[in-house]
Write a protein that binds this ligand. Structure first.
Ligand SMILES: Cc1ncc(COP(=O)(O)O)c(C=O)c1O
Length: 374
C-alpha cells in the first residue's frame, strides 16, 4: 500500500538526537517513573505491585481502571466507550482502518498531524482538504466546509487543539460542525491529544464525542500527561463504533502493555496533580515565547490558545526546510519546517518542554535572524 513519507516524524527521527535545544518535541516536559510514583503518593507499594505483576496479555480492551479513568475525561462516557490503543497514533490508525473504505469521501483540516489525511488517502479514500488559514486564526472556514461536504461524505477529521498552530475550536463552532456532519450522516473524528491544555484555565471545550453520536475522540497519555514513553492512548466513541474498532484491533495489537496500562491508569487517577505540575509551566513558557515574538520584527504568529506548540511565521527569504536545517546544524535548535505541514514561510516551535532549552533556543534563533545573509 502506497503512503507518503510522514513529514514531521521523519524530520524528528533525523534530527532529534542532535538537538541541544529541543523545541521540536511536543510533549509537556516528560515525567520520570520516579516522579509519577511520587505524585501518586505511595512509591514503594506501587513499585512492588509492578514487580509482582504477572506479565500476561493483561486486559484485552484496556483495564477497567484505565477505561474508567479515561471515560472520566468526558461528560457522557463510560468504560464501555473507551478502547485502549498504542498511543494516539495507534488510535487514529485503528479508527481509519475501521471506518474508511476505498472510494469513501473524507474531509480533513490541514495543517495538522499528517495521519489525518495521509492514512485515509492510503486506504484509497478521496480526501478533500479544509485549509486552515493564518488570516482566519487557523480556524476552519465553515462556509468552505459546507461546500466540501455532501451526502457521500463518510468522515470529517479535526484536530482540536490543533498541532501545529495551537488554535482551539470552541464549543459554538464545534456545534456548528457537528450540525453539518449530522445533516450528512458523516462520522466526525477529532484528534484531541492536546485537549485539556487550554491556556485560559476557565476554558472548557467539550469533546466531539459528547456532542455527537457519530463523534470519535482520540486521546493520549503523551502530551497533556507527559507520559509518551508509555505509548498509551485511546478511542472514545459510541459502543457500536468501539466494537467495530475492537474487531480490527484483535488483528493488530491484541492488547496494550500491562505495565503501561497500570501506569496510565495511575496517572489519570492523579491527573489533577499532573495538571498542577504542567499548567504553570505551559503558561510561563508561552509567556516567554510571546515576549520573544513581540520583540522580533521578522517573526509573527497567531498566539496559541491551547496545546504546546506554536506555528511561527517568518519574513526571511529562505525555505522553511533550509531555515530549520540550518537552525539544527549550525545552532543546535530543533524546530519543524512548515513544509512538513504543507505550509511554507512557517516553522513549528514546541514551547512546553525544558525551560532553559526554550530560552536558549529562542536566543539562538534571534542570533540567526540578526546574522541572516542567506
Ligand atoms: C495531533 C497528534 N496526534 C497524535 C499524535 C501521536 O501521539 P502519541 O502516539 O504519542 O499519542 C501526535 C504526536 O505528536 C500529535 O501531535
Amino acid at each position: 500500500m502506497e503512503i507518503p513519507r510522514f513529514g514531521v516524524e521523519e524530520w524528528m527521527n533525523t534530527y532529534e538526537m542532535d538537538a541541544r535545544y529541543n523545541t521540536g518535541e511536543t510533549c509537556v516536559e516528560p515525567l520520570t517513573l520516579k516522579e509519577l510514583l511520587k505524585l501518586a503518593g505511595e512509591s514503594d507499594g506501587l513499585l512492588d505491585m509492578i514487580k509482582t505483576m504477572k506479565l500476561d496479555y493483561g486486559y484485552i480492551k484496556g483495564s477497567e481502571a484505565f477505561r474508567n479513568e479515561a471515560a472520566g475525561l468526558y461528560q457522557n462516557m463510560g468504560p464501555e466507550n473507551i478502547l485502549a490503543t498504542h498511543g494516539g497514533s495507534g488510535a487514529n490508525f485503528l479508527a481509519f482502518y475501521t471506518l474508511v473504505n476505498p472510494g469513501d469521501k473524507v474531509i480533513s483540516v490541514r495543517p495538522t498531524y499528517q495521519q489525518l489525511y495521509s492514512i485515509p488517502e492510503s486506504f484509497q479514500a478521496e480526501v478533500k482538504i479544509l485549509e486552515l488559514k493564518y488570516e482566519d486564526n487557523f480556524l476552519p472556514d465553515l462556509n468552505r466546509l459546507e461546500e466540501l461536504i455532501d451526502e457521500d461524505t463518510r468522515l470529517i477529521c479535526l484536530n482540536n487543539p490543533n498541532n501545529p498552530t495551537g488554535s482551539l475550536i470552541k464549543q459554538p463552532m464545534l456545534e456548528e460542525i457537528v450540525e453539518l456532519a449530522r445533516r450528512r450522516g458523516a462520522y466526525l473524528l477529532c484528534d484531541e491529544v492536546y485537549r485539556g491544555l487550554f491556556h485560559d484555565p476557565e476554558e472548557r471545550v467539550p469533546s466531539v464525542v459528547d456532542l455527537y453520536e457519530k463523534g470519535i475522540s482520540v486521546g493520549s497519555m503523551s502530551k497533556v500527561f507527559s507520559l509518551a514513553g508509555l505509548r498509551m492512548g485511546w478511542i472514545a466513541a459510541a459502543r457500536e463504533i468501539i466494537e467495530e474498532c475492537q474487531r480490527r484491533r484483535d488483528y493488530t495489537i491484541i492488547s496494550c502493555g500491562k505495565i503501561d496500562d497500570f501506569l496510565a491508569a495511575l496517572a489519570l487517577q492523579n491527573r489533577d496533580k499532573i495538571r498542577e505540575r504542567n499548567y504553570p509551566r505551559v503558561k510561563e513558557q508561552l509567556k516567554i515565547l510571546d515576549n520573544w515574538v513581540a520583540q522580533e520584527p521578522l517573526i509573527d504568529y497567531v498566539k496559541p490558545e491551547a496545546g504546546s506548540v506554536a506555528f511561527l511565521k517568518y519574513d526571511l527569504d529562505i525555505s522553511s526546510r533550509e531555515f530549520c536545517r540550518r537552525m539544527i546544524e549550525e545552532r543546535g535548535v530543533l524546530l519543524v519546517p512548515g513544509s512538513c505541514f504543507e505550509k511554507e514561510g512557517f516553522f513549528r516551535l514546541a514551547f512546553a518542554g525544558n525551560r532553559s532549552q526554550l530560552e536558549q533556543g529562542l536566543k539562538e534563533i534571534s542570533c540567526f535572524i540578526r546574522n541572516f545573509d542567506k
